[in-house]
Design a protein around this ligand. Structure first.
Ligand code: FE
Length: 338
C-alpha cells in the first residue's frame, strides 16, 4: 500500500517509477557493525528522508553475496574494511565511478580512488613485551626480520588482508626482493605458526608466549579502553611502537566503500557517501571502532588513541596497496608465511 501514493505521483507527473523509487531507500551492505553505527544511520535518515535497509555480514561473505546477486543485487553501497577487499570489489567490476566534488574536497587524494573511498584509517603498529624486548630493537617493520628476534614473533595469518596490505606497502617502498627478504626473516623468527586475530597476538605477547607482534591500532585501543581486569593486566605488560617514523611512516589501512554499479538507488548512494564524509558522520564512523577520520583537521577525543601519541603516517596511495596485493601473497607463499 505504501507504493500507491508514489504511483499516483508518477502517473501525474510523468516520472518513471525508478525516479520515484530513487531517494527514498538505500540498501546498504555493510561489514561494519559497531554500536555508534545506529546513530550514524539514523542521522542520515533524519537529514535526507532516505531510509536505510542494512544487510550486515562478514567482509568476505558480503563481497561474495554481491558478486553472486549480480545484476539483480539490491545493494546500493558496499562498506567494508581493508584496502585489499575494496580493491577486490573494484577488480570484480562491482563499483561504479563516482564524481563528487564533496568527496574530492573532503577526502585526501591518497585515500580515495575513482570508485571507492576511505572514511576512516587505522595503523598497523608493533606491540612488544616490555620485559622481553627493548623498544629500540623494533623501530621499523624490517626489524621484525632481524635474527636477534628468533623465536619471538607472533602474528596472524599471512593470507589475512591486514598482513597482505602491510606487505604490499613494503613492496611499494622497498621493492620485491627486499620485501621477500623481510618476509623470510619474519617466518624464521616465528614463535609459533600464525593463528588467531590481532587481539590474540597481543595477549600472547603479554603472556610472554611471544616477544613481539603487529596489530591494528583499534585492537590496541579496545584493550586500552577495557575495564576488565584481565585486559588491564594484559596492557600493563606491553609497549607500543609506531614503526618507520624515521623513514616512510607507519603503514595505514582504511575502512571505506563505494556505490555499486547495479545500485537501484544511485543518487541516494552518492548522497550517503557524501554524508559519511561530513564532520558529524566522520566522528561516528571513526570513533565507533577507535579509528581516525579521513577528513583533515577533524578534532577527535579518543583517550585510548590519544594515549598512543602522535605519529607519522605512511602517505602511500590506497590504490598502490591494492596494486601489490597479489604480489604480497606470492611473496608470503614463497617465504612460507602461512
Ligand atoms: Fe579487524
Amino acid at each position: 500500500m505504501k507504493l500507491l501514493p508514489a504511483l499516483i505521483v508518477a502517473a501525474i507527473s510523468g516520472l518513471s517509477l525508478s525516479a520515484v523509487a530513487e531517494e527514498k531507500i538505500l540498501n546498504l551492505y555493510s561489514a561494519r557493525h559497531y554500536q555508534t553505527d545506529e546513530a550514524l544511520y539514523a542521522n542520515f535518515t533524519q537529514q535526507t528522508g532516505i531510509k536505510i535497509n542494512r544487510i550486515e555480514g562478514k567482509e568476505d561473505e558480503l563481497l561474495e553475496r554481491i558478486k553472486n546477486e549480480g545484476a539483480n543485487s539490491p545493494a546500493d553501497v558496499f562498506l567494508t574494511v581493508d584496502a585489499a577487499r575494496l580493491a577486490k570489489a573494484h577488480e570484480l567490476g562491482l563499483f561504479a565511478p563516482v564524481a563528487s566534488k564533496t568527496l574530492e574536497s573532503r577526502i585526501p587524494a591518497h585515500l580515495r580512488t575513482e570508485d571507492w573511498f576511505s572514511f576512516s584509517t587505522r595503523a598497523r603498529v608493533i606491540v612488544y613485551n616490555k620485559a622481553a624486548i627493548k623498544a629500540e630493537e623494533i623501530q621499523n617493520y624490517d626489524d621484525l626480520a632481524n635474527p636477534r628476534l628468533k623465536g619471538k614473533l607472533c602474528t596472524r595469518s599471512g593470507s589475512h588482508p591486514y598482513n597482505l596490505s602491510l606487505m604490499a606497502s613494503i613492496i611499494a617502498h622497498q621493492g620485491e626482493a627486499k620485501a621477500e627478504e623481510i618476509a623470510r626473516g619474519m617466518v624464521a623468527n616465528f614463535a609459533r605458526a600464525p593463528k588467531g586475530g590481532d587481539t590474540d597476538q597481543i595477549k600472547a605477547v603479554s603472556a610472554g608466549e611471544c616477544g613481539v607482534t603487529i596489530s591494528n591500532t583499534y585492537y590496541v585501543a579496545r584493550l586500552l579502553r577495557s575495564t576488565k581486569p584481565e585486559d588491564v593486566k594484559t596492557m600493563e605488560k606491553v609497549g607500543i611502537v609506531w614503526p618507520n617514523q624515521g623513514t616512510t611512516g607507519t603503514h595505514i589501512n582504511v575502512s571505506g566503500g563505494g556505490v555499486l554499479k547495479t545500485a537501484p538507488h544511485k543518487d541516494a548512494a552518492v548522497k550517503f557517501l557524501e554524508y559519511l564524509a561530513s564532520d558529524q558522520a566522520q566522528r561516528y564512523f571513526a570513533d565507533g571502532n577507535n579509528e581516525w577520520p579521513v577528513v583533515e583537521g577533524m578534532k577527535v577525543a579518543n583517550p585510548a588513541l590519544d594515549s598512543l601519541g602522535k605519529f607519522k603516517a605512511d602517505k602511500l596511495p590506497v590504490k598502490n596497496l591494492a596494486m601489490y596485493q597479489a604480489k604480497a601473497q606470492i611473496i608470503f607463499d614463497r617465504a612460507g608465511f602461512k
